[in-house]
Ligand binder design. Structure first.
Ligand SMILES: Nc1nc2c(c(=O)[nH]1)N[C@H]1C(S)=C(S)[C@@H](COP(=O)(O)OP(=O)(O)OC[C@H]3O[C@@H](n4cnc5c(=O)[nH]c(N)nc54)[C@H](O)[C@@H]3O)O[C@H]1N2
Ligand SMILES: Nc1nc2c(c(=O)[nH]1)N[C@H]1C(S)=C(S)[C@@H](COP(=O)(O)OP(=O)(O)OC[C@H]3O[C@@H](n4cnc5c(=O)[nH]c(N)nc54)[C@H](O)[C@@H]3O)O[C@H]1N2
Ligand code: SF4
Ligand SMILES: [Mo]
Length: 696
């Protein structure tokens, strides 16, 4: 029998709306939800390979309990009752002896996050963290320092932009389908694209202007751009006068940072910097300097992200058509959002200890406590600072692949009494765990409601398209069932996922059935922009955009730090830079039968001139080594990368043998990278690692 289901892709976290066709209980076709503007039927290659994930026999099939040593790969297949009883027994012992705060749960933010947050609150632990800091912690902090909103509360009107500047935001490979479609539409309408990256990515090939910047020097470039904008009065005076706090301080500070000064640091001609400033100001306010995610991540990253957003503010492009906008929630049109388990009117135990990562204390005051800082986990465990940690639940998050310095992370994990992983794959963290709890794939499960705030507030639903193929369950059910066994079942008031969704929808005017027709419901028809003259609602203490930031200064940090030149590696030494490819998601998809066939391992991009000096030919095997680890990889010798940098794709070099296609293929960036952070913003400084490269 044919069946059409509207749902949400989960081959990556973007969660694109999809339309799934199933026949006789098998998924036959997936496409972008045709009812959603910007999707119009399209999917990215990973989304299309969702079917291959579903029918891959190498994914997790049943709960597993470790028999051999950690990482040895000896497992006992277990029933759900056996595995859940085992986890609950261990957890209860740990909580009774060491307190709830000795349990940490780390996850990639997802629709079930409200359930996992509730689980930790109920056991009295402050130690829930998400991937956020590892992805964009400093972007989050930078946005709060300027606007009082997180980056996640803002977005960009790609479709109507007239000029977009991307600092290593490799939008045509590090994909979100709607963003790609909307930007493509803008480009077809005559919008300009300026792309800045030490490497010629696919996005560079589509740009009107491409700058091969020296890695790590974007802040110098932006100081020079700000210099020109202020000196030549290219900014939106009316907007800045009304909404900006600290313009004159910025003007004084920026004086010495001329385009000529920046040329020496960045390698970009002074005259080109001046021409970008002049050109883009003609299109203001419909312009975007994209705040980026993983483009450049350095110890001073927060200031680089702030400088990008300061340029937007100067162009008046914050809350402008074709620029940035603040996401509007249902409250904006008198509606109510779906409720979350964390908001239940029920007492949670009092928590009087700091977080494991010390976020919110004077040691680490500014990162967002709603997300925490995941890469502090190994440090906290090893140093027992602020207290001993005994158990980790990894829920759709792989600390071995996604926290830099895998060796250090393993040392830390070795100290734990319990590691539980909830995953769909034999990920490296599953492989290193004591108990593995398999979640049903996204096509096999209904999930919690997705509240999608934006220019038009909406809600989406991930709806089960087919029955689970294996002995798997939904994450929110798994947590509830552990919870029931340790005496916190009352915090999970549902028997199945449908009941949870209905519970969430209670305060809204919508029902579960309302999602059947198109996969989503909308709170209003027209986009909502606030009035730029009088109606902007910045949440900073001054109610303005704070160039001089009270958040930073009250914590003892400057708003505008002097620029410090970056190190210039020589000889066989390079700055290691990593990134994504259109065919893979982080550390998740390398074993997918189709995606693996097209991109099965990573290679090392190295500049042709440097390769010649070092006697390295294209496809030669080389050893790449940092002070944390080393590996062997094939060289891709190319003119398309800056001589100071080498580049590898993130996500390869897997250790889980049961994922046979990705096992031991390529090199893991996390094995090489040091675990250091931007201590103000919260991001890991992933690109502060230097490596040597030698022919073998
Ligand atoms: N296909 C695919 N798409 C994805 C994802 C995925 O895993 N796969 N993940 C999603 C997620 S979670 C994220 S965070 C985004 C990430 O989106 P992006 O940040 O756009 O993606 P990356 O590939 O990490 O981009 C890094 C780029 O920055 C460049 N770069 C490195 N150093 C510098 C520098 O100093 N200055 C400048 N200007 N550029 C530099 C690198 O050469 C690389 O091309 O992608 C999202 N989309
Ligand atoms: N060294 C290094 N570290 C990085 C980055 C980098 O470039 N280099 N990038 C950073 C960025 S931008 C991000 S966003 C993070 C991402 O960090 P992670 O969230 O760890 O990465 P993912 O690959 O998205 O997913 C992690 C796990 O989720 C599992 N999974 C996939 N789908 C499901 C599902 O439906 N249910 C369950 N339970 N599990 C599922 C996958 O099998 C995988 O094991 O990593 C960050 N860390
Ligand atoms: S960007 Fe691709 S993989 Fe990610 S949710 Fe959308 S279709 Fe799926
Ligand atoms: Mo990310």
């Amino acid at each position: 029998m044919d069946k059409e289901v509207f749902s949400l892709c989960f081959m990556c976290s973007v969660r694109c709306p999809i339309r799934v066709l199933a026949k006789d209980g098998q998924v036959k076709w997936i496409e972008g939800n045709p009812h959603v503007a910007g999707m119009e039927g399209s999917l990215c290659p990973r989304g299309a390979a969702g079917i291959n994930m579903l029918y891959d026999n190498e994914r997790l099939q049943t709960p597993l309990i470790r028999e051999g040593k950690r990482g040895e790969g000896k497992w006992r297949k277990a029933s759900w009752d056996e595995a859940l009883d085992y986890v609950a027994g261990k957890l209860k012992g740990i909580i009774d002896t060491h307190g709830g705060h000795s349990v940490v749960l780390g996850e990639r933010t997802q629709l079930a996050t409200h359930a996992s947050k509730t689980f930790l609150k109920a056991i009295g632990s402050p130690n829930h963290f998400t991937h956020d800091a590892l992805c964009k912690g400093s972007v989050n902090t930078a946005c709060r320092s300027l606007f009082g909103y997180t980056d996640a509360q803002m977005s960009m009107d790609y479709k109507n932009t007239k000029h977009i500047v991307l600092y290593g935001r490799n939008i045509f490979e590090a994909i979100s389908v709607k963003e790609v479609n909307n930007l493509t539409a803008a480009l077809e309408n005559g919008a300009k694209l300026t792309y800045i990256d030490p490497r010629v990515s696919v996005t560079a090939t589509k740009a009107h202007r491409y700058w091969m910047i020296r890695p790590g020097t974007d802040l110098a470039l932006n100081y020079a751009l700000i210099h020109v904008v202020l000196k030549e009065r290219l900014y939106d005076k009316q907007y800045v006068d009304k909404w900006v706090h600290g313009l004159s301080e910025l003007r004084d500070f920026i004086q010495p940072y001329t385009p000529e000064w920046a040329e020496a640091e960045t390698g970009i001609h002074a005259s080109e910097i001046v021409s970008l400033a002049r050109e883009i100001s003609k299109d203001k306010p419909s312009v975007i300097f994209h705040f980026g995610y993983r483009g450049a991540h350095y110890e001073n990253e927060i200031y680089q992200r702030r400088s990008i957003m300061i340029l937007n503010a100067l162009m008046g492009s914050v809350e402008a058509k074709g620029g940035f906008f603040f996401k509007k929630g249902p409250g904006e049109v008198g509606g109510k959002p779906a409720r979350k388990l964390t908001e239940q009117k029920i007492d949670f135990p009092k928590i009087d200890v700091p977080r494991f990562d010390k976020v919110g204390t004077k040691d680490f005051p500014l990162p967002d406590p709603n997300h925490g800082v995941g890469q502090m986990l190994p440090h906290a465990i090893l140093n027992e600072d602020p207290y001993p940690i005994k158990a980790l639940i990894a829920f759709r998050f792989d600390p071995l692949g996604s926290i830099p310095d895998t060796t250090l992370t393993k040392q830390a994990l070795d100290k734990l009494d319990l590691i539980v992983t909830i995953d769909i794959n034999h990920s490296d963290i599953a492989w290193y765990s004591d108990v593995v709890l398999p979640e049903s794939a996204y096509l096999e499960r209904t999930d919690s409601v997705q509240q999608a705030n934006g220019l038009k507030p909406q809600m989406f639903l991930r709806k089960k398209a087919v029955e689970p193929r294996y002995n798997t369950r939904e994450g929110a059910m798994i947590l509830k069932q552990i919870g029931e066994r340790i005496g916190i079942g009352n915090y999970f008031p549902y028997q199945d996922m449908e009941e949870l969704v209905r519970w969430q929808l209670t305060p809204t005017v919508f029902s579960l059935e309302d999602f059947d027709a198109k996969g989503f419901v909308a709170y209003c028809k027209d986009p909502i922009f606030w009035d730029r003259k009088e109606g902007l609602k910045f949440k900073t203490p001054s109610k303005k955009i704070e160039f001089v930031s009270s958040l930073l200064e009250e914590a003892g940090y400057p708003s505008f730090p002097p620029y410090e030149p970056v190190e210039q590696p020589e000889g066989n030494r390079f700055r290691l830079v990593t990134g994504r490819v259109a065919l893979h998601t982080h550390v998740s998809t390398q074993n997918n039968p189709y995606l693996n066939e097209i991109v099965g391992e990573n290679v090392l991009w190295i500049n042709s001139g440097k390769a010649k000096e070092l006697g390295i030919g294209d496809r030669d095997e080389v050893e790449i080594a940092s002070n944390r680890g080393k590996g062997r990889i094939r060289a891709l010798v190319t003119d398309l990368i800056h001589p100071e940098t080498v580049f590898i794709l993130h996500g390869f070099g897997h250790e889980a043998k049961l994922a046979s296609r990705s096992y031991n293929r390529g090199v893991s960036d996390s094995l090489l990278q040091e675990n250091i952070s931007d201590k103000i913003g919260g991001s890991p400084a992933l690109h502060e690692t230097f490596v040597t490269v030698n022919r073998v």
